[in-house]
Each structure stands twice: as C-alpha cells, then as structure tokens.
Design a protein around this ligand. Structure first.
Ligand code: THU
Length: 141
C-alpha cells in the first residue's frame, strides 16, 4: 500500500476513538478496514455492563462490512489507548485475529498499527497469527 493511503486509513481509525463506548476500561480503540472494492468500514469498541458482550473495534468494522455483503479485504488500521490517547500500538486481540483469518488471506492481508500518521508499522496477518486455523482447514479434499 502507498504511504498516503496508509496515512488516510490511520486518520480514519484515529477519528473513531471519539466514538468508543468504554465506560469500564476507558481504553479506546478505533479501526479502519479497507475492502478490496475500496470502501472503508469504520469501527470502535463497544463495551457492556455484563462485560462479555463487549465488542472490539476490529470486529465492529468486519461485522459492519460482512453484514452489507462485503467479504474481501486488503488491510485494517488499528489504533488505541487509555482515555483515547493513542500513545502506543494497540495490537488486535486473538479473537479479532481469528475473525481476520476467516475472511482474509494471511499472506496478503495487512494490519497497520499506528500512533499517528507519521508513526506506524505494517504486519501481515500471517505474522500476527502464525499457522492460523481458517476455512481452508475445513475444506474437503
Ligand atoms: N479491544 C479492542 O477493541 N480491540 C482489540 O483488539 C483489543 C481490545 C478493546 C476491548 C475493550 O473494550 C478494551 O479494548 C480493553 O480490553
């Protein structure tokens, strides 16, 4: 991906921090998911008084896209931090990595971790979820 496109995704993810609903952890997370068709799906984390129904920002973005019929993706940018300040990288949790594994090619899908548009690092899903279990494992031979 081009640097300018990465920086645009980072800005979109940072904008989402304002929408995080985090009365319990106060840890805001924003995500910007780029579909192969060019559409960007935004997500924030949404917590719940019963704790377990909470949803991560990445899954919010994925589920918004899939619920609209979009299932092919090239990259996601994730940002986050306490009280909405993205001072350090916020790597996706294991559950979100597994959701990525369902829809994305681990060799190609890019995960961008950032603190601001000038400071970021790009990973492939395979690096963050080595030997992941995906749809291919259930394919009949
Ligand atoms: N969180 C995310 O939104 N994404 C992740 O991948 C890691 C964790 C959220 C869940 C919860 O609302 C808060 O961060 C603290 O765990």
């Amino acid at each position: 991906m081009e640097r300018s496109q990465i920086q645009e995704l980072i800005r979109t993810a940072l904008d989402q921090l304002a929408y995080s609903y985090v009365p319990y952890s106060h840890f805001h997370v924003g995500a910007a998911l780029l579909a192969k068709n060019g559409t960007v799906y935004k997500g924030c984390n949404i917590e719940n008084a019963a704790y377990t129904p909470s949803n991560c920002a990445e899954r919010t973005a994925f589920f918004k896209a899939v619920s609209e019929g979009v299932k092919e993706f090239s990259a996601i940018c994730v940002v986050g931090g306490m009280n909405g300040e993205a001072t350090e990288y916020a790597p996706p949790c294991g559950v979100c990595r597994q959701v990525m594994m369902e829809f994305c090619d681990p060799e190609k899908f890019e995960i961008i971790l950032a603190t601001d548009p000038e400071h970021y690092q790009v990973f492939r899903l395979k690096e963050l979820l080595p030997m992941g279990f995906g749809p291919g494992n259930l394919a009949e031979s």
